[in-house]
Design a protein around this ligand. Structure first.
Ligand SMILES: [Mg+2]
Length: 278
């Protein structure tokens, strides 16, 4: 059943390490995105970053010459907002440890966002990347959870890639909060299956008709496998071909390509023989 690229109808592209690194576009990204749009593959863009709104990414992609509607962009912040809607959790008050993009996406979905405990009961503590994280915020989150709030994590990425380096990711902050509360959070972003499932529903395709393209085995590829999608690792980011071949089954991609520029060849090849299947 798996292996060939035939019958792929939708393509989901991770951003960092696939479309760009830091602020530098990966060669061929624009041409491939244009080609995918012309052929009706979407494409859909999926990032675990929770600090920005979807409109920010639409503008950022436009800066690379890539046209993407905000509806085709999914972030761990927009997925978290969707989690509240899809699970009938509204109205809700959430203490948010995170940056403005997360707060904005939650507010738009109808969540009452607070930054510290007050008189109203807090039903949820939502934690994402927060470059203004403090001991006080950690204490606020801990007390809210100990008083009964549910703990939600936008993502658990340990690191966050920046030009030529990494900085602590949202997962580092989630770990601090989870440790202080002695509680396991609900995980929203990759590698949970939620993003893939949501995009497949929106694109009106079956899971096996969608291809998840990413640069990280333990988030992108695992998220794709868990959602029942086909998966493709590109070698322009974090994970290497050797790691992919040695990975446990759930994290082993169906295809490995040098870069996004090679995706058109994979999708064009009848029966998918152009791909380097596993
Ligand atoms: Mg990436």
């Amino acid at each position: 059943m798996r292996g060939g690229s035939a019958h792929i109808k939708a393509v989901i592209l991770d951003l960092d390490g696939v479309i760009y690194r830091g602020r530098t576009p990966i060669p061929g990204a624009k041409e491939t995105a244009d080609w995918l749009a012309r052929r009706g593959y979407g494409p859909y863009y999926l990032t675990n970053n929770s600090t920005r709104t979807r409109e920010y990414y639409a503008e950022m992609l436009a800066g690379f010459g890539i046209h993407a509607d905000a509806e085709h962009i999914v972030t761990s912040a927009s997925l978290t907002a969707r989690y509240f809607r899809d699970n009938g959790l509204l109205p809700a008050t959430a203490l948010v440890i995170g940056e403005e993009g997360l707060a904005e996406e939650l507010r738009r979905a109808g969540v009452r966002v607070v930054r510290r405990r007050g008189k109203r009961p807090i039903q949820f503590v939502v934690v994402g990347m927060d470059r203004q994280f403090t001991y006080r915020k950690l204490h606020e989150a801990q007390q809210a959870v100990l008083a009964g709030a549910e703990l939600i994590a936008t993502n658990r990425d340990a690191t966050y890639p920046v030009e030529g380096n990494v900085i602590p990711g949202g997962g580092s902050i989630v770990a601090a909060v989870a440790t202080a509360c002695e509680r396991e959070p609900v995980l929203i972003g990759k590698p949970s299956a939620r993003a893939g499932e949501a995009i497949v529903r929106y694109a009106r395709v079956r899971p096996e008709e969608a291809l998840m393209v990413g640069d990280r085995l333990e988030t992108d590829i695992l998220a794709g496998t868990r959602a029942g999608l086909r998966t493709c690792l590109v070698l322009t980011g974090i994970s290497t071909e050797e790691e992919a071949r040695a990975a446990p089954k759930e994290m082993r991609p169906d295809f490995i390509l040098p870069s996004i520029a090679d995706l058109t060849g994979l999708l064009d090849s009848a029966g998918g023989r152009g791909g380097r299947g596993r």
